[in-house]
Design a protein around this ligand. Structure first.
Ligand SMILES: [Fe+2]
Ligand SMILES: [Fe+2]
Length: 217
């Protein structure tokens, strides 16, 4: 054999797919520090593991995994994380994820910072129990919600999902915690893709799709 391509081998590599792109993103930037003795990758895996262990549905497990993906999508991810600047990561992540997943994934991601502000206002002792990094970021995220803001938040369709993600977010900062690998959770994410997007993934695997990757959107 001279290695010439056959009709079974695509001439061009398949375009980046959402799951491939997420995998690539965590490979490239997952070692960035979350800031509390865990990396971004470890934090994501721990949150997803806690969600799975609690019996959460697939979309909420994926939301837990990817709730901070906006940190990694930021064009100056390392700088923003280092300085603690408000990178609006919840909006950045939700916007990117919304291209590929339904609101059951994207909305808890969009609301997980608001969920912290809600809990600070509503749950006695919650603010005091936050990690130093979470307390610092609370300041630039607007501080605890007002009574009017909490009333609006709790009526949102995905408020309960966001509050669950927030609980796992608070717990997923352990120096040592055994978790499944990212591939385990990406398989779950693959089952949560919007139907039209799942079709695009299947076509791309056959070498005929032209979808652009989730990052950079
Ligand atoms: Fe976050
Ligand atoms: Fe987080």
């Amino acid at each position: 054999m001279d290695g010439a391509p056959t009709h079974k081998q695509p001439m061009k590599p398949a375009p980046a797919l959402p799951l491939d792109e997420i995998d690539r993103l965590y490979a490239a930037r997952g070692d960035l520090q979350y800031g509390e003795s865990v990396t971004q990758r470890e934090h994501a895996l721990q949150c997803a593991t806690l969600a799975e262990q609690s019996g959460a549905g697939a979309e909420l497990v994926v939301a837990a995994l990817l709730h901070d993906i906006g940190h990694l999508l930021h064009r100056d991810a390392a700088g923003a994380l280092q300085t603690g600047a408000n990178d609006m990561h919840e909006a950045l992540g939700a916007k990117a994820l919304g291209r590929w997943f339904g609101p059951g994934v994207a909305q808890p991601v969009a609301l997980h910072v608001q969920a912290k502000r809600f809990l600070c206002a509503r749950e006695p002792g919650y603010l005091e129990g936050l990690s130093a990094v979470s307390r610092r970021s609370l300041e630039i995220q607007g501080g605890p919600m007002s009574a009017a803001q909490t009333a609006v938040f709790e009526r949102l369709e995905h408020a309960s999902g966001a509050l669950l993600v927030r609980r796992w977010d608070d717990l997923g900062k352990q120096a040592q915690m055994a978790t499944p690998p990212l591939a385990h959770f990406l398989a779950i994410a693959g089952r949560c893709l919007l139907p039209r997007r799942a079709g695009a993934v299947r076509r791309a695997h056959r070498g005929s799709a032209t979808e652009s990757p989730v990052a950079g959107s």
